[in-house]
Ligand binder design. Structure first.
Ligand code: AHR
Length: 528
């Protein structure tokens, strides 16, 4: 295939901020995602801080997890928070009906989650139980987390070890209400969701809305000026409605229509969630290891569907919200592959290869390109489940290719998207045609320009023969992730088969020429 001739960064046309929350994570009470993966208990021989394993915390700190969604997923709409607070000996044992009927000891509850989020330096995204819970239960949960004395809930929290109110940055109003979250039509969900959005308050004084100035409101009312909503606290909690399944437009249409017609005094939302997984040739059965080029190309081709799905929902949202007040939040995504042999299939424990790391990078580039509408995403999931960052086995831990991708993308957190153009070739396997290259550019917070360059082609390197135009650069320094084969994995025995290696390029004759190895992700900083 023809190699791309040149790449131009339009550094003079800055785009949207790539919200750091686009690099968010998701951790559910599912299989070994929490128990073993995060929580080992205070008495464990595995080094831990208050029961939370330190190796996992240290690894996650290095990828600067901006936000963490918890406790589900399907688990959230059957979760009753009171089972998971108070003295360890008094915790209630329940059954995880969604995930293999596993025993749920509730030893990891609200305070342990908040401790974990603080240890890794992440904000909290809580999913409340809308499917089978009550508004009162959800409201009490927020009261427990965010109220201050003399409220009894605040005293209860203090007695459990945390006097200060927690910060809850995001509140998820249910999960997959068209599936495990309940058999709700979009209209039924909106009726329910509005009540949760109205009554579930964050009482943390740092997040409370500013006091209402009745004089201003009265003036607006008298002048007939349409109200855009009550005054906001920039630190205030953002409410995310449960949204569509992949490209199904129904939820987006109905929620956005209701949002447009709402009275902002009574309810509001800040985002709609979208779930889209990459299944490969067959849901739950796509080989995670030992596959060839065909399966590689199928998964990458499907990954590209994320771009179409986001464009579809964004277009619906634009109809009702051209100013993009409401974010599209892709709070579940990733490759969903065949479970590891010998494991409980409903624990969703799968291997992960170079291919899946490349798929993660492609998705991150898609989210960045849509950063004006997509302001948070949460890959499924953080540890031991689906496209995890980390896998554990007893005291052992291994970092997956996807972990390395997230680490390489740290400079893109809160960077400003810069448009780029390039002429790329085509990578073709049988009837599957893919672009050979996928790329984004952004100006990081320190003013430096960074590029992400993916060479999807597993057989040919790519040279940007014409070099990089549009920014003055004499060198490019960064890392490249590739491996021997498309299905190379990191295992406990060989943890570094897929790992980033340093890379640098120098300008020659005034032109910076970049070389991308086959099946690779290259992240470089351009230096003048
Ligand atoms: O991430 C695994 C599951 O996938 C989640 O619990 C659910 O929301 C989705 O169907």
């Amino acid at each position: 295939p023809a190699a791309p001739a040149a790449l131009t960064v339009h550094a003079d046309q800055p785009g949207a901020i790539i919200n750091r929350d686009i690099f968010g994570q998701f951790a559910e009470h599912l299989g070994r995602g929490i128990y073993d993966g995060v929580w080992v208990g205070k008495e464990s021989k595995i080094p831990n801080v208050r029961g939370i394993r330190s190796d996992v915390v240290n690894a996650l700190r290095a990828i600067k997890v901006p936000v963490l969604r918890w406790p589900g997923g399907c688990f959230a709409d059957e979760y009753h928070w009171r089972s998971g607070v108070g003295p360890a000996t008094k915790r209630v044992t329940t059954v995880n009906t969604n995930w293999a009927g596993a025993v749920e000891p509730n030893t990891f509850g609200t305070d342990e989650f908040m401790d974990f989020a603080a240890q890794i330096g992440s904000e909290a995204y809580l999913s409340v139980n809308v499917g089978s819970g009550t508004v009162e239960e959800a409201s009490d949960w927020l009261g427990y987390m965010t109220s201050i004395a003399p409220a009894t809930a605040a005293k209860q929290r203090a007695a459990n070890g945390h006097a200060a109110p927690y910060k809850v940055k995001y509140l998820g109003l249910g999960n997959e209400m068209w599936g495990c979250g309940g058999p709700y039509t979009p209209e039924e969900y909106v009726t329910k969701m509005k009540i949760f959005a109205h009554f579930v308050h964050n009482q943390n004084p740092d997040q409370a809305p500013p006091p209402i100035d009745f004089a201003v409101i009265a003036k607006d009312l008298m002048s007939g000026k349409p109200m855009d909503g009550l005054p906001r606290n920039p630190n205030g909690m953002l409410r995310i409605a449960a949204g569509p399944n992949s490209a199904d437009p129904a939820y987006t249409e109905v929620i956005m229509k209701a949002w447009k017609a709402k009275s902002p005094i009574y309810w509001d939302i800040d985002g709609i969630s979208l779930h889209q997984y990459t299944w490969g040739t067959m849901p739950f059965n796509e080989p995670a290891t030992g596959f060839g080029e065909q399966n590689y190309a199928v998964v990458l081709k499907q990954t590209m569907a994320m771009e179409r799905t986001i464009a579809l929902h964004s277009a619906t949202m634009d109809k009702y919200d051209p100013k993009k007040h409401v974010a599209l939040v892709v709070d579940e995504w990733g490759v969903w592959l065949k479970p590891n042999a010998g494991t409980e299939p409903m624990y969703l424990q799968q291997q992960q290869s170079l291919r899946d790391g490349i798929a993660a990078a492609m998705n991150l580039n898609i989210f960045a390109r849509h950063a004006d509408r997509v302001r948070m995403t949460n890959i499924a999931q953080m540890v031991n489940v689906l496209q995890a960052m980390i896998q554990t086995d007893g005291s052992k831990m291994v970092l997956t290719p996807t972990y390395h991708i997230y680490k390489m993308y740290v400079p893109f957190q809160d960077a400003t998207l810069l448009p780029i153009t390039y002429t790329g070739g085509e990578y073709r396997v049988g009837t599957i045609a893919l672009p050979q290259v996928d790329a984004i550019a952004a100006r990081a917070k320190d003013g430096k320009v960074w590029l992400s360059l993916i060479n999807l082609d597993p057989n040919n390197a790519v040279d940007f023969a014409g070099g990089v135009q549009g920014v003055s650069a004499t060198s490019a320094v960064g890392e490249v992730l590739s491996a021997e084969r498309v299905d190379s994995i990191n295992s406990f025995d060989a943890p570094s088969a897929v790992r980033p290696k340093p890379v640098s390029f120098k300008a020659s004759g005034g032109t910076l020429v970049l070389k991308l190895p086959p099946k690779s992700v290259t992240i470089v900083r351009l230096d003048p």
